[in-house]
Write a protein that binds this ligand. Structure first.
Ligand code: 13P
Ligand code: SF4
Length: 304
């Protein structure tokens, strides 16, 4: 039996013993995705966390995702197997900076991307993910100004595709997606003129403008499955190629740039999950005072 298989069997055994559920983001290593109870995008994973009857949630992703699960399920133990698996974009704004900004935009509705710390969510009116950002923006009274944080690219996308003028934003970005240039995309498109181009909304607006579809990570999988086309260029973190190939074994997926790798998403391996299940740590627990202020933004989003 291979070492991977042995560790996967051990993980399944420990999950049962702990009455635990293993959630994995679509960017996780293939062997981690393959052992998970559910793989998905941020929205799907939050929804699953909010509904589970497991006692323990093993969150294979990055810290803000585990924090969101802790906000939604205060009675459960939420474990992030690698303590320092973070998100560079989420760390681009803190609560103090957002409070300062809110003085400038005092009557604005503050929409924070789920890729934020719990304390930033606690300063926000509404949360959104890449899957529902347009729906969230559309749910807001058109006469209201919107301030979005932290992703300038997601905000530009929301502004252009919702056709709302009154959207402003924090100048944050995801280094993995923001590095992808239009020139690079045009080069790959020229090499594969028969491919459809799917981009994540964290990409720059000039990249999004040449996309055939703009989707969350799970939205990409659904789209590739549904559309009657065989070849796709994919603009997001390359971990997504694994679930795409699994869902559509007869289709071809070409990364827009094979250097689109999120180091933090790759920190979690099978050994770290075994350790986490044996010790039930590192735990992520959002303090009650922050949780109480953050939950309404997350619940308002989930209710949409
Ligand atoms: P999704 O919610 O689309 O999976 O995106 C999460 C993320 O971190 C993208 O970089
Ligand atoms: Fe954060 Fe970007 Fe990594 Fe997603 S890909 S977790 S936004 S740094």
């Amino acid at each position: 039996m291979s070492e991977i298989k042995r560790l996967q069997l051990k993980i399944r055994e420990l999950l049962k013993k702990r009455n635990a559920i293993l959630l994995a983001h679509n960017y996780q290593r293939p062997e981690v995705q393959d052992v998970a109870d559910l793989c998905g995008d941020s929205l799907e994973l939050s929804m699953k966390a909010s509904k589970t009857d497991a006692d323990v949630i093993i969150f294979c992703g990055v810290r803000f995702m585990a924090e969101t699960a802790s906000i939604l399920c205060p009675d459960k133990k939420v474990i992030l197997p690698v303590r320092d698996a973070g998100c560079a974009m989420a760390d681009m704004i803190n609560a103090k900076q957002l409070r300062e900004k809110k003085k400038e935009f005092s009557s604005a509705v503050v929409v924070s991307y789920v890729n934020t710390t719990a304390e930033v969510k606690a300063e926000s009116d509404l949360c959104c993910t890449s899957a529902n950002v347009l729906k969230v923006v559309d749910s807001i009274d058109p006469s209201k100004t919107i301030f979005m944080t932290p992703d300038r690219n997601l905000a530009r996308y929301a502004k252009e595709y919702s056709k709302r003028e009154n959207i402003f934003w924090w100048n944050g970005y995801c280094p993995v997606h923001d590095n992808l240039t239009l020139e690079q995309v045009q080069k790959v498109k020229a090499q594969h003129p028969d491919a459809l181009f799917i981009a994540h909304p964290e990409c720059r607006i000039e990249v999004l403008r040449v996309a055939d579809a703009i989707k969350s990570t799970s939205g990409m999988i659904k789209y590739a499955k549904e559309v009657d086309h065989k070849k796709f260029i994919i603009a997001t973190e390359i971990g997504i190629l694994h679930p795409l190939k699994k869902a559509c074994p007869d289709k071809e997926f070409i990364p827009a740039d094979s250097g689109m790798i999120c180091r933090d998403m790759k920190k979690t391996g099978l050994k770290e999950i075994v350790n986490a299940l044996e010790r039930l740590e590192p735990e992520v627990k959002v303090p009650d005072e922050i949780r109480k202020r953050a939950i309404s933004a997350v619940e308002r989003m989930l209710a949409l």
